[in-house]
Write a protein that binds this ligand. Structure first.
Ligand code: GDP
Length: 419
């Protein structure tokens, strides 16, 4: 049986203990070879330390690089429940780019805070990034509890102060977990030093996260890639982004809203033939009524939560050499749809390296992020990123270059076209 796998990201201010926690997680779940552990013991001894868990990361990465099949940027560990992949977040810019473009996706996050130092600028920035990306499953690890004498008052203080900052951003941590990554308190098992804490340890906490349903369990999204004429039949071809489709299903085509029924599923290879096709498969279908279909139209089941319209609010990450500015014509790509668009309003612009808000922005600069209202020339179908990731994400093309990407946060009321 395939084991379930969950992606998490560990973020937090420099030196607050991210590497140490990750090293601990790898070590305490037996995800490391004896060779790697021995090497870390040796290096730690040379530096006059007992055992530096942060070094385990280097040893582990080195080991993975020697293997041929393992992706070196992904650290993995297993618990009894499932496998975990730690998405690396080396810098804001790379991380945001990967997350917004869909190159990486984190389902849960651990935000680290040093109990002694308290909340620092980067703790806030990282909290902000989580909100920007719509990551809702967040744990705060209050680390280095050993340095504050495992004080419950200090823990409470951090919880109160950080909530004051995070909650208005829409980030509501599931739990604040007091830990000592260095001494392994509250990582796998409950800690004796922290007996006043009744919640879960780090491993128990992440194991209790509910995994998002797999794409095939979600609503049907079948973006039309092409329509072929074949033996007098018209075959609608595309890749199923989510859900599944069966012969006989009642379907709606968006944005026209026309309805029909699936007559046949057509496969490119004879051996693949089946009466049901699922997320990830590229197929063709024929339908009972012949309408005029466009590339970029969406097929869903008759009842669906897909939005259609020409205005939405989203977060964008901009990489273009020219600033992203209002009232300029761009091309928007969403699944297979390609449509002219404009930025109607820049709600805010944020400098991605400092995460400070830019005052009265006239545009969004290269490598910065922002919240905008996008208006497309014609109506399109789309989802909110929170509900369906792959069809809630878009790309902006400026002058033939892919210049930015974004996620859709909400639908705005549609306005008459060409108004
Ligand atoms: P990162 O920059 O967030 O990856 O932080 P590191 O994991 O490299 O940790 C920074 C320093 O804090 C290292 O010297 C660690 O040994 C130390 N450290 C990490 N966790 C703890 C802890 O729970 N208690 C104590 N006393 N030191 C810790």
């Amino acid at each position: 049986m395939n084991r379930e796998s969950l992606n998490i990201v560990v973020v937090g201010h420099v030196d607050h203990g991210k590497s140490t926690l990750i090293g601990r997680l790898l070590y305490d779940t037996d995800s490391l070879s004896k060779g790697a552990i021995d090497k870390v013991k040796r290096i730690s001894a040379e530096k006059g330390k007992s055992f530096e868990y942060a070094y385990l990361l280097d040893a582990f990465e080195e080991e993975q690089k020697q293997g041929i099949t393992i992706d070196t940027t992904r650290l993995q560990f297993k618990t009894d429940k499932r496998d975990y992949v730690i998405i690396d977040a080396p810098g804001h810019v790379e991380f945001l780019k990967n997350m917004i473009s869909g190159a990486a996706s984190a389902e849960g996050a651990i935000l680290m805070v040093d109990a002694e130092e308290g909340i620092k600028e980067q703790s806030k920035r990282h909290g902000y990034i989580l909100s920007l990306l719509g990551i809702k499953k967040v744990y705060v690890a209050v680390n280095k509890m050993d340095l504050v004498g495992y004080s419950q008052d200090r823990y409470r203080e951090i919880e109160r102060d950080f909530n004051e900052f995070l909650n208005p951003l829409g980030v509501n941590p599931i739990e604040y977990i007091p830990i000592s990554a260095y001494y392994g308190e509250n990582i796998t098992a409950k800690s004796g030093e922290l007996s006043w804490y009744e919640g879960e340890s780090i491993i128990e906490a992440i194991d209790s996260l509910e995994k998002e349903p797999e794409a095939e369990q979600k609503e049907l999204r079948f973006p039309i890639q092409d329509v072929y004429k074949f033996d007098h039949r018209r075959i609608i071809a595309g890749r199923i982004e989510s859900g599944s489709i069966e012969v006989g299903d009642e379907i709606t085509i968006h944005p026209s809203g026309k309805q029909t029924r699936v007559k046949t599923l057509e496969y490119w290879q004879e051996g693949d033939r089946s009466d049901v096709a699922k997320a990830g498969e590229s197929i063709g279908i024929t339908v009972e009524d012949e309408f005029f279909y466009n590339r970029g139209d969406f097929i869903t089941h008759r009842e669906s939560s897909l939005s259609t319209g020409n205005r939405f609010r989203g977060n964008v990450f901009w990489l273009g050499k020219n600033d992203l500015v209002p009232n300029k014509k761009y091309k928007l790509k969403l699944s297979t749809a390609e449509v002219e668009c404009q930025i109607e309003t820049i709600i805010k612009a944020i400098d991605a390296s400092t995460l400070e808000e830019v005052e009265s922005p006239s545009g969004i600069k290269k490598n910065d992020v922002g919240e905008v209202i996008v208006r497309t020339k014609s109506e399109i179908g789309f989802d909110l990123f929170n509900e369906l990731e792959s069809t809630g994400r878009f790309v902006i093309v400026d002058d033939f270059d892919i210049s930015g990407g974004g996620i859709i946060l909400g639908q705005e009321e549609s306005e008459a076209e060409n108004a």
